[in-house]
Design a protein around this ligand. Structure first.
Ligand SMILES: [Zn+2]
Length: 120
């Protein structure tokens, strides 16, 4: 799938040693959850393909979450927090600080809240 990272997401990825191919893996195998104006994509343990070797580096991505524009091609941010993925929590957390908006280069839509995940 074609995708692009926001500057914020690229910084986050670098901080967390998540490479572009790992983001592509998340997008391919993660579970998508549509939320308010964005899409969450999280990789759960059971989403990892059975034929992936047990020591493969992709396995450490379990619990990682991408936040995408609703068009699905623009990664707004990412974080690694296995327990944060409850629908209600996402909504609450994500709407806490909606002052940051960035525009998506694909659909030209405005995406809320790259700054909403500053706690880590
Ligand atoms: Zn978009």
């Amino acid at each position: 799938m074609e995708f692009e990272l926001s500057d914020h997401a690229a910084r986050r990825a670098a901080q967390r040693n998540v490479s572009p191919d790992e983001i592509a893996f998340l997008l391919k195998h993660g579970r998508f959850l549509h939320n308010t104006g964005v899409i969450f994509c999280q990789l759960r343990r059971k989403d990892v393909p059975d034929d992936l070797p047990g020591n493969h580096r992709y396995r450490r991505l379990v619990g990682s979450t991408l936040v995408l524009c609703r068009c699905g091609h623009f990664v707004v941010t990412l974080y690694r927090e296995a327990k944060a993925f409850h629908h209600d929590n996402c909504k609450t957390r994500y709407n806490q600080k909606p002052e940051t908006y960035i525009s998506c280069p694909y659909c030209r839509g405005v995406v809320p809240g790259a700054g909403a995940q500053q706690s880590d």
